[in-house]
Write a protein that binds this ligand. Structure first.
Ligand code: LRH
Ligand code: MN
Length: 424
């Protein structure tokens, strides 16, 4: 399924009149919109290969139709999203779910689809068919050295897959932990995991990064061996300068102050980047900005402040990825909504009057500080985001385009109704 430029031009000419009115109003209210538009055009959010099909829970999975059944079809779906929003030009693969059958063909397809390969993910949270040793009691933490070695070897193979595709980072998320008090010696589990990560770290090419993703609970429900940002930072500090802490928004205990965690990880220059999603209770993997949009804005406020304080390149110095699961919505529409929510929060954070906020903070003028943030959060920047998208060749209203052009119906016609995507 390819979206051709002509279709997008037709769509944009239909939406131009209403868009122009909104854009003119926005530019009359919002200062230096051109600088913001350029930042938005340069910004890209990677799409997870495992979120292009319908996700499920332990209770049920209501499969959608026309899902991508192969890596090639997953890449085509990411290309559809990218053609519509021009902000999703990279895919994050998960091994072994996405092992390419032919590297050259996959790389040629990526070039043809104008896609890059973002961070690549290892998987020692499942036992694969024919796998010699089980990860039931953990992988890198396991008391059994042979099991740790098997997991280390898998991660090194994932790096090799990534090198062959042009990725520049390995994401390690460990489901390791315990379900009951007394089950685990926390210190030994940490030591085993650190030594194992050190062997994997030693296999990293010099221009690669390792992202250590933490999670408070699930699938272990008493302890996780990389359970929070502090534990992940312990590992990444001990591992070395190529190791960074990855923040998945859904991996925190209720009411955690994620924007403060982000500010401190940036201060330590140990922030890898993000797995964006939203949640009300646990690792719900819901649409970004659908539950706590103010929190997302506050996170981007800390990001813009932190990146500018260090002269970082907003688009390339951190890893921007989505990690979501779609139980009841069309995955492509859900991902379009998620990228839109990210672009809106980023644009609003770029709007914040930093000198005024800094002086309010310096003078403990709490009300002024609050008003600066809240009035910015209540500023409608959607026309600015749409203008950036349109200038970059995207659709003014991607979801209307997707629906009006019956993209899902075309995918079903092409793939049939029963194709199932590998992943969660
Ligand atoms: C774990 C996680 C991790 C992925 C998996 C698909 O909850 O966030 O990032 O490997 O989801
Ligand atoms: Mn994640």
């Amino acid at each position: 399924m390819r979206i051709d430029k002509k279709q997008i031009e037709e769509h944009n000419s239909d939406f131009q009149k209403i868009h122009q009115k909104r854009f003119d109003f926005a530019t009359s209210e919002i200062p230096n919109t051109e600088a913001i538009i350029q930042k938005l055009i340069d910004f890209n959010v990677a799409i997870p290969s495992w979120a292009l099909g319908t996700g499920g829970t332990r209770f049920a999975r209501f499969s959608g139709a026309g899902e991508p059944g192969t890596l090639e079809q997953k890449m085509e779906d990411v290309a559809v999203i990218h053609a519509l929003n021009n902000s999703s030009g990279s895919i994050s693969l998960h091994i072994p779910w996405d092992i390419p059958s032919n590297y050259t063909e996959i790389k040629n397809l990526a070039t043809h689809l104008n896609l890059k390969f973002d961070a690549i993910n290892s998987n020692t949270f499942q036992d694969q068919k024919g796998q010699a040793l089980s990860y039931k009691y953990g992988s890198l933490q396991n008391t059994n050295k042979a099991i740790r070695q098997q997991a280390i070897q898998h991660n090194i193979e994932v790096i090799q897959h990534g090198v062959a595709l042009g990725s520049k980072a390995l994401t390690v998320w460990l489901s390791d932990g315990s379900c009951f008090p007394g089950q685990l010696n926390f210190r030994k589990a940490f030591q085993n995991t650190l030594e194992s990560l050190q062997e994997i770290y030693a296999a990293l090419p010099s221009d690669w990064k390792m992202f250590v993703e933490y999670k408070a609970f699930e699938p272990n429900f008493y302890s996780m061996t990389v359970g929070d940002w502090g534990q992940s930072l312990l590992y990444t500090n001990k591992l070395g300068p190529q190791a960074f802490t990855l923040v998945d928004l859904g991996h925190h205990l209720p009411n955690a102050n994620i924007e403060q965690i982000v500010a401190l990880l940036m201060m330590e220059q140990k922030l890898a980047g993000f797995h964006f999603n939203d949640s009300k209770y646990g690792d719900d993997d819901l649409t970004v900005g659908s539950i706590k949009p103010y929190q997302l804005f506050l996170i981007f406020n800390e990001l813009v402040e932190g990146m500018d304080a260090r002269g970082m390149n907003h688009a390339t110095d951190l890893a921007w990825m989505i990690d979501a699961s779609h139980n009841i919505k069309d995955p492509l529409v859900d991902l379009l909504q998620s990228v839109e929510a990210i672009m809106i929060s980023y644009a609003q954070a770029l709007l914040i009057d930093r000198p005024a906020l800094n002086s309010a903070q310096e003078n403990n003028d709490v009300v002024a500080a609050q008003e600066i943030l809240q009035s910015t959060f209540r500023t409608d920047v959607r026309a600015i985001v749409a203008e950036a998208r349109c200038r970059a060749g995207g659709a003014l209203d991607p979801i209307s385009f997707y629906r009006n052009n019956k993209v899902r119906a075309s995918l079903i016609k092409e793939r049939g109704a029963n194709t199932v995507a590998t992943g969660l």
